[in-house]
Design a protein around this ligand. Sequence first.
Ligand SMILES: NC(=O)c1ccc[n+]([C@@H]2O[C@H](COP(=O)([O-])OP(=O)(O)OC[C@H]3O[C@@H](n4cnc5c(N)ncnc54)[C@H](O)[C@@H]3O)[C@@H](O)[C@H]2O)c1
Length: 438
Amino acid sequence: MNISIFGLGYVGAVSLACLARDGHRVVGVDIDQAKLDLIASGKTPVVEEGMVELMAETAGSGRVSVTRDVTEAVHATDLSLVCVGTPSAANGSQDQGAIVRLAHDMGAALRTKRDGHVVVFRSTLVPGTVEETLRPILERESGKRDGVGFHACFQPEFLREGSSIRDYDKPPFTVVGAAAEAPVAALKALFGHLPCEFHATSIRAAEMLKYCCNNFHALKIAFANETARLCEALGVDPFEVMELVCRDTQLNISRAYLRPGFAFGGSCLPKDLRATIYLAKMRDVELPMLGGILPSNRTHIERAIAKVLESGRKRIGMIGLSFKSGTDDLRESPLVTLAEQLIGKGLQLLVYDPEVQLSRLLGANRRFIEQHVPHIGSLMCDDLQDVIGESDLLVVGMNDAHTVRMLKERVQANQIVLDLVNIGRRDDLRGRYIGLCW
Ligand SMILES: NC(=O)c1ccc[n+]([C@@H]2O[C@H](COP(=O)([O-])OP(=O)(O)OC[C@H]3O[C@@H](n4cnc5c(N)ncnc54)[C@H](O)[C@@H]3O)[C@@H](O)[C@H]2O)c1
């Protein structure tokens, strides 16, 4: 394939070298003449393991050329990878100056190009940038429509400095955000041979994914480091602990707990987090990330309260009360907190939870209810049909098959369903559907 690469920093230079190694003809473009001169003479513009040898090898292949001329590069190639920098501005926002300027130049180049072209944005971009900023510039400057005269798409880059050639050859996955099939097919032809999954998605999801992955990495590092600071204060070996944490691939290093839904609660997570924070406080250890978890969870409950209040509905039916399906444990259930708040706001509440039979509650669970929501017994209703029939808004906190079937059968067009648990296919649900944060 004939490929142009814009921005020859870590991402662009490594991509140029690897694509040329793999037999493609590559045109490198940068505004920095020194980088172009280095590449033209078979030298690497970035310090990366393996790049010195790879650049020397590709220089001899005759498949690499460089230019500062955007039009020349666009006209000579079928597909462009845009890898210019998107650094932080002073206020923390993303500085898109370089990529916006480049989009103007590429748009102008497309105006005079007869054949189609695929523009692949690989720089990290805040969600919405391609569709709201870059695509309009390309369309305006080229006088052509995305999807007709050219294709704009987004492919997040996952390589890491220090191991970038290895990461190029074995990425965690390839993800292409596109609005049409043609750019997906072009990128499959280019990267489909790599030993990883290939996923096509929307442009915005692909943009968001890159942030999500980096935030997750940062979160994991901060978690390991906060754990180590607490371990040090307690005389525990943090390496031993974190090694064992990673050994659990069922609950720890797994898909578990990574599905958006309602707040957490129950008899363990909140109390153990509180005890952890207290331990740290007693030993003057700062744990801002762990300390932020309970407030974050509280914010999630407040979002549900706000959505109920915004609806203006007064007769509320709550489906689910225990902290998760399949248990009658009400201790620190976020649904109990939600119920308390709604009652406090003067709303009329009916509650259905087949697992929770107050007469059978014992011990700590019973004490919790007696102390926290003594009046909840009078709000409990055994019959889901009655709860659905007598409510203007249903708060759905359970997604078992029976509940979902009943909602689909019984909910009327004038009712609202506020879904806290992602009940799945909603198209056959009458009534207005509101997701908690989706
Ligand atoms: N570095 C990484 O490990 C990494 C990994 C994944 C994603 N990313 C993302 O990829 C993008 C590039 O990162 P990088 O580390 O390679 O950046 P970098 O700063 O090393 O390189 C950017 C290059 O773009 C060039 N440039 C600026 N304006 C240009 C223009 N108008 N035309 C052509 N070239 C231009 C600069 O001269 C520079 O050589 C960023 O959005 C970054 O967030 C980086």
